[in-house]
Design a binder for this molecule. Structure first.
Ligand code: SAM
Length: 232
């Protein structure tokens, strides 16, 4: 069985784990002295650690070795995703983490039904990104940023916005050597004015095929074309 993965703030020779990570190790996995696990700092460094002591609410670890993990895309990928109804943003964050997004930026667009995202939701999305990173053995936890309005998106070097009314395919324009920004709209779609603004900021409108995908499926399909499709 593969060793459990625990997130730690810093890979030091001796590590004290508290909070949710310790709770999971002690109460769920029944960790005991002598067990080994993989630790990672969410910024690309991983290591093997041995459990030295388990006390109520705390686990003490000894770091045995460290290495730099190589599971990240060669260039950063930012996913801009419109605010979605219900808990769909959580599904997107989980899958986007598995698919290698480096940053996930919730955006407010003209036709968003949901118009705000509070601190509680942001913290929950960040926790989901961390759990997904652990589960898929990623060594970097993507940053989930606070929501921002679409008009505040910066000019990008290479960007693609999924838009149902175009026929251009991502593969005909995509350059894996460049940082990439991807964007998908809300349930009601993006307005032509928003598409125009995004084009001015360096985004190319691309198709995801002849069927209309749900707003929570589209970001995953778009991201898959870049990472799973290209094998990066
Ligand atoms: N009636 C809306 C429209 O025409 O834009 C449909 C919006 S769709 C449910 C939500 C988002 O998913 C869209 O804004 C777009 O970013 C993306 N999307 C869904 N299906 C797509 C497709 N076949 N090609 C490109 N983008 C698509």
């Amino acid at each position: 069985m593969r060793p459990h993965r625990a997130f730690v703030q810093e890979l030091l020779p001796e590590i004290e784990l508290g909070g949710l990570e310790a709770h999971h190790l002690v109460d769920v996995l029944r960790a005991k002295a002598g067990d080994t696990l993989t630790v990672f700092d969410g910024r690309g460094l991983e290591g093997r650690a041995t459990v030295v002591q388990v006390t109520q609410g705390w686990v003490r670890l000894r770091l045995e070795e460290t290495w730099t993990a190589r599971k990240e895309t060669p260039q950063p990928i930012t996913l801009y995703v419109a605010l979605l109804k219900g808990d769909h943003l959580a599904e997107v964050v989980r899958a986007a983490t598995e698919l290698g997004a480096s940053q996930i930026v919730p955006i407010l667009t003209q036709h968003c039904v949901v118009r705000e995202m509070g601190e509680h939701k942001l913290l929950r999305l960040r926790r989901i990104a961390l759990e997904a990173a652990k589960q898929c053995e990623r060594s970097v936890v993507p940053e989930v940023t606070p929501m921002r309005p679409l008009k505040d998106i910066p000019t990008v070097e290479q960007g693609f916005v999924a838009h149902p009314r175009v026929s251009r395919r991502l593969r005909d324009a995509y350059d894996p050597e460049k940082p990439t920004a991807l964007l998908t709209g809300p349930e009601g779609g993006l307005s032509e004015a928003e598409i125009g603004l995004l084009e001015q900021r360096g985004f190319t409108p691309v198709t995801l095929g002849p069927r209309i995908l749900r707003a929570e499926t589209a970001p995953i399909a778009l991201l898959s074309l870049v990472t799973a499709g290209e094998g990066i």
